[in-house]
Design a protein around this ligand. Structure first.
Ligand code: F6P
Length: 327
């Protein structure tokens, strides 16, 4: 048991994700339960550099478990990637006597952490918060489930209007260079095709499938495309379709940041609570420079360097299933 740590700092960094507030709440309440002082660092690493730091109490996290966004605000700090920025950040931590950190974020957050901790020694634990679900060391990331459900709800609505007009829709979803949102929302919405970066898109095959469906007079055709798909996301596919089928009534809909907002789902609230709690337990047990995750249903801790950007292989079976179900 680590009895030395008395003051901890908590921040959210990178793209926000629904459930980050639930994670902050769990971190703050667990830390206070064990008599640790908690300091909120606003706007991620940028706030750390600028000393935008305040003491947090249990009431600061009341009534936030159900709210999207992050009460700590977030940023993608370029300055933190520099030697000078990291030094300034470390000096601020020292000035506030912060002895350990909880970092809530995604790939960029843990990459930043890995670099920072090569130079400065301060215990830290990560909590995976990203809608992209592109991290190693965890089966789930906070926000993915909510973003997925938002995408599903939106695509269902698009299907209604697509059917009314006999239109073809290309729907682009987020995920940076990972295809999990596209894959899962596409399956859940019965998309006619799903294009993801993990599987090389053969545009001729995609267009031939549209051609075949048109001949069969299939009325609705929805293609769900990950923004990171190799052919420049939704717009790239849309342009190819327009070129080959100029008379086809085709529309492009980019779902965009709607996928990042909104009240977190029940699954994301529970996940965030477990991981926030798990992060403080790790610090108390001297498990540091790790990210807390859930593997096979249990809390697991993975070193930062192994947690960044991991797109798992999507099996051929899954891709074949998509083809079969969309016939
Ligand atoms: O990483 C989360 C994410 O929403 C990605 O899916 C997307 O590519 C990116 O962030 C968008 O970033 P920004 O909000 O900075 O435009």
């Amino acid at each position: 048991m680590n009895n030395k740590i008395r003051k901890i700092g908590v921040l959210t960094s990178g793209g926000d994700s629904p459930g980050m507030n639930a994670a902050i709440r769990a971190v703050v309440r667990t830390a206070l339960y064990y008599d640790l002082e908690v300091y909120g660092i606003r706007r991620g690493y940028q706030g750390m550099i600028e000393g935008d730091i305040y003491r947090m109490h249990t009431t600061d996290v009341a009534n936030i478990i159900q709210r999207g966004g992050t009460i700590l605000k977030t940023a993608r700090s370029k300055e933190f990637m520099t030697e000078q920025g990291m030094k300034k950040a470390y000096n601020q931590l020292q000035k506030h006597d912060i002895e350990a950190l909880v970092l809530i974020g995604g790939d960029g957050t843990f990459r930043g952490a890995t670099q920072f901790f090569e130079q400065y020694t301060i215990p830290a634990v990560g909590v995976p918060g990203t809608i992209d679900k592109d991290l190693g060391g965890t089966d789930h990331t906070i926000g993915f489930d909510t973003a997925l459900n938002t995408a599903v709800e939106a695509i269902d609505k698009i299907r209604d209007t697509a059917e009314a007009h006999d239109r073809l829709f290309v729907v682009e979803v987020m995920g940076r260079d990972a295809g999990y949102i596209a894959l899962n929302s596409g399956i859940a919405c019965g998309a006619e095709d799903i294009l993801i970066p993990e599987s090389k898109t053969n545009i001729k095959e995609v267009l031939d499938r549209i051609d075949r469906d048109e001949r069969r007079k299939k009325q609705v055709h929805i293609l769900v495309v990950a923004e990171g798909d190799g052919l420049h996301g939704g717009k790239g596919i849309f342009d190819h379709i327009k070129e080959r089928f100029p008379t086809l009534d085709t529309r492009l809909c980019v779902l965009g940041h709607i996928q990042r907002g909104g009240a977190p789902s029940c699954a994301d609230r529970v996940l965030a609570s477990r991981l926030g709690y798990g992060a403080i337990q790790a610090l108390r047990n001297d498990r540091t420079q790790v990210m807390a995750g859930i593997v096979d249903g249990k809390l697991a801790y993975t070193p930062f360097r192994n947690s960044t950007k991991q797109n798992s292989h999507i099996s051929e079976d899954m891709l074949e299933m998509i083809r079969v179900l969309s016939v």
